[in-house]
Design a protein around this ligand. Structure first.
Ligand code: BJW
Length: 228
């Protein structure tokens, strides 16, 4: 028997992949935006206007992250890296892909466990409360903010992602509503490069018609079934 083909796969993940770990999604009725105006907690203007509220929003999520663990969908993607050339592009700011064992990973919307100093541009690992530690460990200025990408800001790793999409044999989108660009546009880029596309989501996303194939159900079931 010939060895199984080694494919170049780009996997885009969103909040839905971490839902079964107990991390709330954004746009569900009981989601993260519930009780918050998006403009207040996920824009640079909201932070400028009321930094304490925004730091508290992220401190609470950081504390909750310490109580959750990767689920079978994260673990299946990590196992996929052993058989194929996989780039996981996550919109999530949690660290569940890393904890599951994924190595080839881009956090395009940043990371909860990192802080960015707006005075010296330094970036730091952070596992405490930003609100309680306002001074930058690099320059001492009180200019730390969560190292996450808010609306109107430029996502991380776009050149690397674009390059991977150009070369990919397969693009898979998991657990994302397709409401936020540029991530929501990756399926069209992949399609334009002749790459096969697959959606794995609880329900049809906004972009579901753009995919060659879609399988709907909880990520903890559909992702391991697809990887196997
Ligand atoms: C399950 C499940 C289970 C549940 N199993 N599934 C047109 C083109 C380009 C840009 C724009 C445009 N129009 C407007 C823009 C600007 C804007 C934008 O997209 N606005 C939209 C509202 C239209 N975009 C930006 O500002 C971005 N920057 C930018 O565009 O820079 C300029 C640029 C231009 C062109 C090219 C390149 C650059 C930045 C966007 C930053 C988003 N930031 C956030 C917050 C991050 C920090 C934090 O976490 O607090 O990122 S917003 C939030 O949404 C977060 C998420 O990563 C992101 C996506 O959400 P996601 O993951 O899809 O979650 P949900 O809740 O929406 O969906 C969950 C899905 O899972 C659902 O479908 C469920 O059914 C499913 N699900 N349980 C499987 N068990």
């Amino acid at each position: 028997m010939p060895p199984p083909e080694r494919l170049r796969i780009v996997v885009l993940t969103g909040a839905g992949i971490s839902a079964e770990s107990g991390v709330p999604t954004f746009r569900a009725e009981d989601g993260l935006w519930e009780g918050h105006r998006v403009e207040d907690v996920a824009t640079p203007e909201g932070f400028e206007c009321d930094p304490d509220t925004v730091q508290r929003f992220y401190d609470d999520r950081r504390a909750h992250l310490a109580t959750v663990v990767p689920n079978p969908a994260h673990l299946a993607l990590a196992a996929l890296e052993e058989r194929h050339d996989v780039l996981v592009v996550t919109q999530n700011v949690d660290d569940l892909h890393e904890r599951a064992g994924s190595r080839n990973l881009v956090h395009m919307h940043g990371e909860l466990l990192r802080a960015w100093c707006q005075a010296c541009d330094g970036r730091f690992g952070w596992d405490g409360d930003l609100l309680a530690r306002p001074a930058c460990p690099g320059c001492g200025e009180a200019a730390l903010r969560p190292d996450v990408v808010w609306f109107g800001e430029y996502p991380y790793g776009l050149d690397r992602i674009d390059d991977a999409l150009r070369r990919a044999d397969l693009f898979v989108s998991i657990g994302t509503s397709g409401a936020v660009y540029p991530a929501a546009g990756f399926v069209r880029s992949a399609h334009d490069h002749g790459t096969r596309t697959l959606e794995l989501n609880l329900e049809p996303s906004l972009g579901t018609a753009l995919f060659d194939e879609a399988r709907h159900g909880p990520a903890g079931a559909v992702v391991p079934a697809w990887v196997d």
